[in-house]
Design a binder for this molecule. Structure first.
Ligand code: ARG
Length: 562
């Protein structure tokens, strides 16, 4: 039941202003004594040519209140509505009960495709903690969009192009050993590259260029080695994706576009957008207050932006997206502004559907990332450590728990993901173990724990029967707050999707867990009279479902016991 819409409809009937417009004005008052919903009359003052307080008074006298509204008051220019808590609870809880974990889901995205470019790791490099946000933020946005009916195409736009791969191939041919690389994985590739940078003489530099040319020209040997380097990297990173429960629909990375850049460059020439300037071919963007977008080096080599142009065209043709999101750190703000602008200048109206979703940086226990100072914190190590730490907490708190390793993974990973997605995405995140893994406060484990509490109550209770529930017994403050929060969930999912901001859901989940805990300590459930118990059990079941859904949308699992 959408209370707001219903209230809007009854106000609309008295004013001649559309219900839709009225719904847009309705607010949730900042204080409970101002009602559950408030209709501000200020916007109507002009249309009706009356003072807002007068409109409020007249409306109070004339509106036919829907049956779930207990009373309404005119205060200044506001009309405040107080809901009947029993009727509100019944409507909200029955709806959630019927929809279960699909409560809040919609079909608004049916028939629409959203491409999402996230994680997008670099080949022959090890993922450090800086790759955490793009990966978990992208995953969460993918889940939120699927929940709203969109067809999501998740793309890992691999960083697998550049002259460094020629160097790596050359180094491998000189010093490498297959078995060694197979065993050591990416670290072996990094070592080869570092050694090349230290030891390569002019002859080797020349050779490296030749190897890169061979990759460009599809030479079988070069391609075989290059693909193998990629496999090695993806095998390493698979551990991270497994822990996080993440999969991709496509791994088409930069090298995939090597033969798809030429048509774009042709078109740029035809449309007279390409200019030779300071030793490179560029698209000038002065009029838009941006430096030129580099397209080709003097030797004809493409660059990062060229491949992003080709990728945008390829995605549009292949997936016919309604939107294409790039979940990439804010350091690349300018890059994406330039790329999107170039596509707009080429005359494609869908340039407006390309969206850069930037986010802040992650530092680790107070230290920003710096390879130079040797403070590199690898992502796989952070995740493994999270699982270990969670396991030791479980061993301490609940040593007899079944399947401890699985639960430890769910809790450890949940802690890291929740922490990363808690603040607004543009904020820099400073990662601290004791904060992330704290079982109290606004953390993943705290929310997961509230979920297990609901599961436990339900497991111990007799069968739930909503028809036996006495909804008038949900009138205490804790119950009312909890119902109001449950009611708010679908709108918050919408907000998270519109703003590309899973933190809306993260903060909500923490609030919901807290509200349930309060309800649980204020109210006895088991052993109460049947009608009271059933009402409280129903609240418990609905809370469990919404907590699970919310965590799921963040990419976090909800164990039943922990
Ligand atoms: N591999 C790049 C990096 O680590 C991110 C790629 C983002 N996606 C894109 N289409 N440019 O910085």
């Amino acid at each position: 039941m959408d209370f707001k819409q219903e209230i809007a409809a009854c106000v609309a009937a008295q004013t001649g202003v559309s219900a839709e417009e009225c719904a847009g004005y309705i607010e949730i008052p900042p204080q409970k004594d101002m009602g559950d919903f408030a209709f501000p009359c200020f916007k109507l003052a002009r249309i009706l040519r009356k003072a807002p307080p007068q409109i409020a008074q007249e409306l109070k006298a004339s509106v036919a209140l829907p049956d779930f509204v207990a009373s309404c008051e005119a205060v200044g220019g506001y009309l405040n509505f107080f809901l009947d808590s029993a009727k509100r609870a019944e409507a909200v809880l029955r709806e959630i009960d019927a929809q279960g974990e699909r409560y809040g889901a919609t079909e608004q995205g049916a028939g629409k495709t959203v491409c999402m470019d996230y994680s997008s790791i670099n080949i022959a490099k090890r993922c450090h903690i800086g790759h955490l946000t793009t990966t978990v933020l992208g995953n969460s946005l993918a889940k939120i969009h699927r929940f709203l009916g969109y067809n999501v195409v998740s793309i890992n736009h691999l960083g697998d192009w550049g002259t460094q791969f020629g160097k790596m191939l050359c180094a491998f041919k000189h010093w490498g050993d297959r078995a060694d690389v197979e065993e050591m994985g990416v670290n072996a590739l990094i070592e080869l590259y570092v050694r090349f940078e230290k030891e390569a003489d002019d002859a080797m530099q020349e050779e490296a260029r030749a190897w890169f040319k061979k990759i460009e020209d599809d030479d079988p040997e070069a391609i075989e080695l290059f693909s193998w380097f990629k496999d090695i990297t993806l095998k390493d990173v698979a551990h991270i994706y497994d822990l996080l429960g993440i999969t991709f629909d496509s791994y088409a990375g930069e090298s995939f576009y090597k033969d798809k850049c030429a048509p774009v460059i042709e078109e740029l020439k035809e449309k007279e957008l390409l200019e030779f300037s300071e030793g490179a071919y560029v698209v000038k963007l002065d009029q838009f207050d941006m430096p030129p977008c580099l397209i080709l080096k003097a030797d004809g080599a493409t660059i990062y932006a060229t491949r992003d142009l080709a990728a945008a065209f390829y995605r549009k043709q292949t997936y016919d997206f309604d939107k294409c999101l790039y979940i990439v750190a804010y350091q690349q703000n300018l890059h994406f502004k330039q790329v999107f602008k170039v596509i707009e200048l080429m005359g494609y109206p869908w340039a407006k559907d390309l969206v850069h979703v930037p986010f802040g940086m992650v530092s680790y226990e107070g230290e920003t990332l710096s390879t130079r100072k040797g403070h590199v914190v690898y992502l796989d190590e952070v995740l493994d450590r999270a699982c270990e730490k969670a396991l030791s907490i479980i061993n301490e708190k609940n040593p007899d728990l079944a399947d401890k390793e699985t639960v430890a993974r769910q809790v450890g990973i949940g802690a890291v993901v929740f922490y990363d997605l808690f603040a607004g995405r543009i904020k820099d995140v400073d990662f601290w173990w004791d904060r992330a893994l704290n079982f109290d406060g606004e953390t993943g484990p705290y929310v997961q724990y509230a979920h297990t509490r609901c599961c436990l109550v339900l497991a111990k209770a007799p069968a739930l029967d909503a028809d036996k529930a006495d909804f008038t017994r949900l009138a205490d403050e804790a119950a009312r707050d909890l119902v109001a929060l449950l009611e708010a969930f679908p709108a918050l999912v919408q907000e998270a999707a519109e703003k590309y901001e899973p933190s809306v859901i993260t903060r909500y989940a923490a609030g919901l867990a807290q509200a349930y805990n309060r309800f649980y300590f204020d109210n006895r459930i088991l052993g109460e009279e049947e009608d009271v118990m059933q009402a409280r059990l129903l609240v418990t079941k609905c809370t469990r479902d919404v907590l699970k859904t919310a965590l799921g949308l963040l990419g976090i699992e909800a164990p039943e016991k922990m």
